[in-house]
Design a protein around this ligand. Structure first.
Ligand SMILES: *Cc1c(COP(=O)(O)O)cnc(C)c1O
Length: 448
């Protein structure tokens, strides 16, 4: 098929994710033919550096020879089989490696096939745990403002991004939402590097008052991703762990975006030195190759489900593609590459490069802040620096930057007025510098 036919048929039959399809009248979707390391190559020959890791999934570059081989070898054995009553080596190898790396005593792995599904599984496990140990009144979940945990109804119910959630409000389960950290516009006038997470008081108040009804608190550790790459202090997580211990509430960590080295540590919880009761992982887990997710939990939670069948205490939850062998085989290879190729150790010069660009970005009269955690950096554009007044969302400045960046050879897909970098961990310093330069040029054009 030529490029024109692909676009024509796409417009005729395809409905894209998180997209106002009408925008395609002026900016039709771009057919991608190949990937190569940090690059995506379109069928018309245009090349884009994938600065957002194709929605935060790609970890070790496109068309990675080792991942290709792991996938092909597994395909030559079996692509998929039922995972109830059966098991396979890639799944147990992956589970073993994840539990070895995971903080605390997370020692059981439940498989699912996308991030939202892992969140749903974790919420259901937490709820059912309390039901089965004689605390049936603990049924509600706590999340923070601007949280993002996925789009299925349960995950959406614990999310806080109005854009994705508001219209569905009448059909969402009711939980508690508290004001989360807002370090760029800190109401306490403090800095995320030196504060004691004073903003934790909202969480503290709610949980101390309502813990009898609360099953768990779900949070994205260190970085609230879809909420605008909002980076906050690890002290918040330390205080959360202590609070959850004190009031017998599960700490559910959603590391779907931030796991697998994005923050410079294998798991983001390591920044705080704390361990969750439930840990959700997906996205980078297969290097961005295949859909796979897991919910890790502790022996303690697992034991509450472990009884004679007739007790009906099993976790009766499944997905057709649970534990998909192709995905697990690739995920095992991802973990091997992370170790054998010292991926985490290789990040420092790239993080330095991002830091070195901060002064330039922040010198711009319409950049409020450049923030970074690990290999994730965000530049927040503002209408007025004084008072940190945002541009009205209707102006779609981020979207304008996205379109401009494509013309300049980079895939930067901003969140509102925030431009961010979350490149494959294997991006070269030269490529990263190109991305930084493109982002600068775009900001100069769209932020005025
Ligand atoms: C992407 C994401 C999810 C949802 O994962 P999907 O695979 O898109 O369903 C959940 N939580 C966080 C933090 C995410 O970034």
């Amino acid at each position: 098929m030529n490029t024109e036919d692909i676009v024509r048929l796409d417009r005729k039959h395809v409905w894209h994710p998180c997209t106002q399809e009408k925008d395609h009248e002026t900016s039709p979707p771009i057919p991608i033919e190949r990937g190569e390391g940090s690059w995506l190559i379109a069928s018309d020959g245009r090349r884009f550096i994938d600065a957002v890791s194709s929605w935060w999934v790609n970890l070790l570059g496109h068309n990675n020879p080792r991942l290709n081989r792991a996938l092909a070898e597994q395909a030559g054995r079996v692509a998929h089989h039922i995972f109830a009553g059966f098991t396979h080596e890639p799944a147990v190898e992956l589970a073993r490696r994840l539990c070895e790396k995971a903080p605390g005593d997370l020692s059981k792995v439940f498989f699912a096939d996308n991030g939202s599904a892992a969140v749903e599984a974790a919420l259901k496990m937490s709820f059912q745990y309390w039901q089965q140990i004689g605390r049936p009144q603990k049924t509600r979940f706590v999340s923070i403002t601007e949280a993002y945990h996925g789009e299925t109804l349960g995950a959406l119910a614990v999310s806080g991004c109005d854009l994705y959630r508001n219209i569905y409000q009448p059909i969402l389960m009711q939980g508690f939402q508290v004001q989360g950290p807002d370090c760029f516009r800190c109401p306490y006038g403090l800095e995320r590097e030196s504060c004691a997470a004073e903003c934790f008081e909202a969480m503290e108040k709610l949980v101390s008052e309502r813990h009898a009804e609360i099953a768990g608190v779900i949070i994205e550790p260190m970085i609230q991703g879809a909420g605008g790459m909002r980076i906050y202090s690890p002290v918040y997580l330390q205080r959360l762990r202590a609070l959850c211990d004190r009031y017998e509430v599960h700490y559910i960590a959603d590391e779907i975006a931030v796991g697998f080295g994005r923050t410079g540590r294998f798991f983001a919880n390591e920044h705080a030195g704390v361990a969750p009761d439930l840990l959700c992982l997906s996205k980078g887990i297969t290097g961005g190759y295949l859909p796979l997710s897991v919910a890790l939990t502790t022996e303690k939670i697992y034991r509450a489900f472990y009884h004679d069948y007739q007790e009906l205490k099993a976790f009766f939850h499944s997905h057709s593609y649970t534990g998909n062998p192709l995905a697990c085989a690739v995920a095992v290879e991802v973990m091997k590459i992370m170790d054998e190729e010292n991926i985490l150790e290789s990040l420092q010069p790239k993080m330095d490069l991002l830091d070195a660009s901060r002064e330039r970005f922040e010198s711009h009269s319409h950049v409020g802040e450049m923030r970074r955690c690990g290999m994730v950096a965000a530049i927040e554009m503002v209408k007025e620096k004084e008072g940190k007044i945002p541009y009205p969302w209707q102006e779609r400045r981020g979207y304008a930057a996205f379109k401009l960046a494509l013309d300049k050879g980079a895939l930067l897909r901003p969140l509102g007025n925030t431009l961010y970098f979350m490149p494959p961990l294997t991006i070269s310093e030269d490529e990263l510098q190109q991305v930084i330069d493109v982002a600068w040029d775009c900001i100069v054009e769209v932020a005025c």
